[in-house]
Unconditional design. Structure first.
Length: 416
């Protein structure tokens, strides 16, 4: 009987010890769970989102239905500051997405481009040859359109009755004691009627009437119009020939109106001709024509190039190499600029790691560099990659909208 009591008591004690252990274990598990819950509650997730489409929110994690990437949590303790001083982004996200920044620098915006061009006649060396009196074509010299002529080359021989009559009057006045004024008036009438100066001088020297006159080329060039034939009558307004000079020639090119301010001197231009790849053609002078093509928004650039050897033929293809640079200005990579069509902005980052959108004004852009007129200061850091992440965060937190309200208020205040 005593042995039974002892066994019964041992069983009760064992039960109590086991119950105590279970209670302790349960209590420890409860406290551990409570700590975990407190840790989780420290960073409460408001929603999940795709950084590429931040306006769509999800109530649980997973894969994005828009992009092949995991949804990103938006924590309740992120960006609680409503002062408009910027936003903060999880450093892990920043690192994973390869966000890069670059300093705002001061320098010149370089512009180097090869522009298609073409060779054309120099219109300053264009003459129209006329007899300026009615007559008869005695002879047409063997010439046609496209032929090159030198100054003084004979074009046609003509007979002009009015010139013969005026010569007779001159000789009569000279032989009968006409006044110097009368004699000078007759010679001037011959000159105005188109009689060549060399024939007038011959008349005064020989005092012999000339009935046949030769019309000659007044300049070196190429004949561009010539259609007279021997035996034709010629009127006073009939064109004997059109002659176009070949030295110098013009090189014409269409340049964007946005770079007109960069054009300063001839050293910026280099002309190359595919037909003569081993030769250089220095630019003597240049001019920018006053009108803009309304369709292409380009200006016509005209360059004058020496052509003594007449290697350059009107209509030839050419290339204009333009190398120039702007005045000093603030520069940032063009990929840092966010252009909405209504405004231009960049994302800056300060020394505390806050990201802040800023409105800027881009003056010019070339070679992936943008010249900034306002909105930034030298030495500031701008985001050049990962902008979609910053833009997503900025839209979610309302940083852009807060900044716009602040700027609007400042503008309204300055207006008063």
């Amino acid at each position: 009987m005593a042995s039974f009591k002892i066994k019964y008591a041992a069983m009760i004690v064992s039960s109590l010890i086991a119950g105590g252990l279970i209670s302790v274990t349960t209590l420890q598990a409860f406290h551990s769970s409570e700590k975990t819950e407190n840790s989780v509650s420290e960073r409460r997730v408001l929603f999940w989102y795709d950084p590429m489409k931040p306006d769509v929110k999800f109530d649980k994690p997973g894969k994005s239905p828009f992009m092949d990437m995991d949804l990103v949590p938006k924590y309740a303790d992120e960006n609680n500051d409503k002062s408009g001083d910027g936003i903060r982004i999880d450093p892990t996200q920043v690192q994973n997405l390869g966000l890069k920044t670059q300093k705002v620098t001061r320098g010149t915006l370089n512009y180097a481009q090869t522009i298609p061009a073409n060779v054309s006649y120099n219109d300053y060396q264009f003459v129209i040859v006329q007899a300026r009196a009615e007559g008869f074509v005695e002879k047409v010299y063997p010439l046609t359109i496209g032929d090159k002529v030198k100054k003084g080359t004979p074009l046609i021989d003509i007979t002009i009755p009015d010139w013969v009559e005026a010569q007779s009057e001159f000789l009569l006045l000279s032989g009968t004691g006409g006044t110097p004024t009368q004699i000078k008036g007759v010679l001037e009438r011959l000159r105005l009627a188109g009689m060549p100066d060399e024939d007038i001088q011959r008349l005064r020297a020989t005092r012999t009437i000339q009935t046949r006159f030769t019309i000659r080329a007044p300049i070196d060039g190429v004949i561009t119009a010539f259609d007279l034939r021997t035996g034709m009558n010629i009127s006073k307004d009939k064109v004997v020939a059109q002659i176009q000079g070949m030295d110098p020639v013009w090189i014409g090119a269409a340049v964007p109106e946005s770079i007109a301010y960069l054009l300063k001197d001839t050293s910026q231009f280099a002309v190359s001709i595919p037909a003569w790849p081993d030769k250089s053609f220095p630019v003597e002078k240049w001019s920018l024509l006053p009108s803009v093509d309304p369709t292409t928004r380009t200006l016509q650039l005209r360059l004058q190039v020496s052509n003594k050897d007449e290697l350059l033929k009107p209509g030839m293809n050419a290339y204009l190499k333009l190398n120039t640079h702007s005045q000093e200005m603030l520069l940032i990579p063009s990929q840092a600029v966010i252009d909405t069509g209504k405004e231009q902005r960049v994302i800056t980052v300060d020394t505390n790691g806050n990201f802040m959108p800023k409105r800027i004004r881009v003056l010019h852009e070339s070679q992936q560099q943008s010249g900034i007129g306002s909105g930034l200061e030298e030495g500031e850091s701008v985001v050049v990659s990962g902008l979609f992440l910053i833009d997503s965060e900025a839209n979610i937190t309302g940083a852009l909208e807060r900044m716009r309200h602040v700027e609007a208020a400042d503008d309204a205040h300055s207006g008063h």
